[in-house]
Structures are given as structure tokens and as C-alpha cells.
Design a protein around this ligand. Structure first.
Ligand code: HEC
Length: 122
């Protein structure tokens, strides 16, 4: 009798647990846990900085030209610093579009690494 009670209790616990688990995977114990790498979190921060500051002129897809600004995929740190902080270009750099239509973004100084990660992500 005692044994049966224990079995019942264990069964109830197991059923209760599995009913309460809303895991989408059929085998929750072996589901891979995705831990974002430093590079991917930097790049996703860059993506939101880009979305919040750049896509009024540049294409939301940085590989494509935007309405006002050119494609900016693959931009180097030097190019981003020059454009965003000083409104210039690195020495000897040939701009994709002539003109000085782009404003400077001094408040984004600490986001340049993130923007660079996003604009150079595969
Ligand atoms: C008001 C419109 C506008 C906004 C906002 C803007 N840009 Fe630009 N951007 C331009 C234009 C126009 C050019 C072409 C050169 C020029 O006229 O200054 C350009 C050029 C560039 C270039 C140089 C491309 C090359 O290789 O010649 C980079 C890099 C760049 N933008 C990055 C950015 C980033 C990053 C942001 C957001 C933080 C941003 N821009 C926001 C309009 C804009």
C-alpha cells in the first residue's frame, strides 16, 4: 500500500510537470540553448542603432542603396568615424556619392563599434 502511494505520487508529479511544460521542443532536455555570442549581440545593437538613425536616408538593408544615401554595407571603422563624427572621409577614400547631405552624429560615438559589427555581419 505504501509503495503504491509513492508510485502514485511520482506519477502525479511527472504528469504535472510535463503538463506544465510549455516547451516547444519534443525533447526539452536535449534542446540546444542558444547563448548569444558577443559578436552577435554587438551586431544586433548596431542593427537597432542603424534602424533608429540611418534608414530615413539609407536602405534598411545596408547592402542596397537608399533613397538619399548610398549602400553602406562593409563600411570600415575609419569610414564610420569620419562620416558620423566629423562629416569627412578617411584620407584617399572615394565617396560612393558626391555631396554633403549627411548630418554628423556625435552622440553615436560609442555606438560605432556596434554599427560596424552590423554593417559587416555576413
Ligand atoms: C539625412 C540623411 C542621412 C542620414 C540620416 C544618414 N546618412 Fe549616411 N549618407 C547620406 C548621404 C546623402 C550620403 C552620401 C554623401 C553625402 O552626401 O554626405 C551618405 C553617406 C554615408 C556613408 C559613406 C558611404 C560611402 O562609402 O561613400 C556612410 C558610411 C554612411 N552614410 C553611414 C551612415 C550611418 C551609419 C548613418 C546612421 C547613423 C547615416 N549614414 C545616416 C545621408 C544620410
Amino acid at each position: 500500500m505504501f509503495e503504491r502511494r509513492i508510485i502514485l505520487a511520482v506519477l502525479t508529479a511527472v504528469v504535472g510537470l510535463s503538463a506544465g511544460c510549455r516547451c516547444s521542443s519534443s525533447n526539452p532536455t536535449s534542446a540546444p540553448v542558444s547563448i548569444p555570442t558577443e559578436a552577435s549581440t554587438l551586431s544586433s545593437r548596431g542593427k537597432s542603432v542603424y534602424a533608429g538613425n540611418c534608414i530615413s536616408c539609407h536602405n534598411p538593408n545596408p547592402k542596397l542603396a537608399g533613397t538619399v544615401g548610398p549602400e553602406v554595407f562593409g563600411s570600415s571603422i575609419e569610414l564610420l568615424e569620419a562620416r558620423l563624427l566629423k562629416g569627412t572621409y578617411p584620407e584617399g577614400y572615394k565617396p560612393k556619392r558626391p555631396g554633403a547631405g549627411m548630418p554628423v552624429f556625435p552622440h553615436l560615438a560609442s555606438d560605432i563599434a556596434a554599427l560596424h559589427a552590423f554593417l559587416n555581419a555576413p
